[in-house]
Design a protein around this ligand. Sequence first.
Ligand SMILES: Nc1ncnc2c1ncn2[C@@H]1O[C@H](COP(=O)(O)OP(=O)(O)OP(=O)(O)O)[C@@H](O)[C@H]1O
Length: 262
Amino acid sequence: MTHPYRVHVDNVSLRYFTPQGETQALQNINLSVKAGEFISLIGQSGCGKSTLLSILAGILPPSSGTVLVDGQTIVGPNPRIGYMLQQDYLFEWRTILENTLLGAQIQNKDLAAAEKRATQLLHKCGMGDYLHHYPRQLSGGMRQRVALARTLVTNPDVVLLDEPFSALDSQTRLSIADEVVDVLRDEGKSVILVTHDIGEAIAMTDRVIVLSRRPGRIKSVHHMDFPSQGGKRPTPFEARGCPEFNDYFNVLWDEIDAHVEG
Ligand SMILES: Nc1ncnc2c1ncn2[C@@H]1O[C@H](COP(=O)(O)OP(=O)(O)OP(=O)(O)O)[C@@H](O)[C@H]1O
């Protein structure tokens, strides 16, 4: 059965309970993502972006509401959902290929098939010459490319990206954004990106969702429509050169800034 949306967040709220008291982190979040669509979540620090991503990943149960992937309720970590974090968490004693295979081993997948896919993915991510290197031999950008291949090796339908480039220098960020988007679009994934970088959200995703100050609610939704270049959406780097980029930036800046004013 096909569902109109790959991911559907239905009225999700989350309240943290600690010895210091309660924190209402998210309130009545409704959101859908189509197959192959890229969205981003932006908002002030503490508005609940990472909390929402943890709920989507199935590692934090919502206090109320549900998350569905193709109509199926997410009740825990799910192989259909891949999660790429700010830190790459590569194991230093495993080669690049062995690191990439990790998820497939944990999920008891056919290892010969997984090795073939891992090798293909590493080539696709520009790491084909480094299969038998160790993480310490790689730059930060190269390590994140390996982390992407590792996230994709089990072929999840949905990929969650939590500030995936924030540990990288600005030049590397720009080039890796192009490569990551290229691989994820080519693989047909649905992507949910959390970032503090408004430019990254505009350049990389089809829709930017602004969360309000805590408790996080959806404040506004913005479609990033760029004129196609050669029949395709411009790459993140090309998008930054389009006049629309500055227009979107100003709108989103105001959205977040206006919010600070209260
Ligand atoms: N484990 C926890 N226990 C209690 N409160 C928490 C916990 N994790 C987060 N919070 C609180 O919930 C709110 C949302 O936090 P969250 O980390 O999701 O925000 P964020 O938008 O991702 O922030 P940032 O942009 O700074 O990473 C914050 O007020 C935070 O202090």
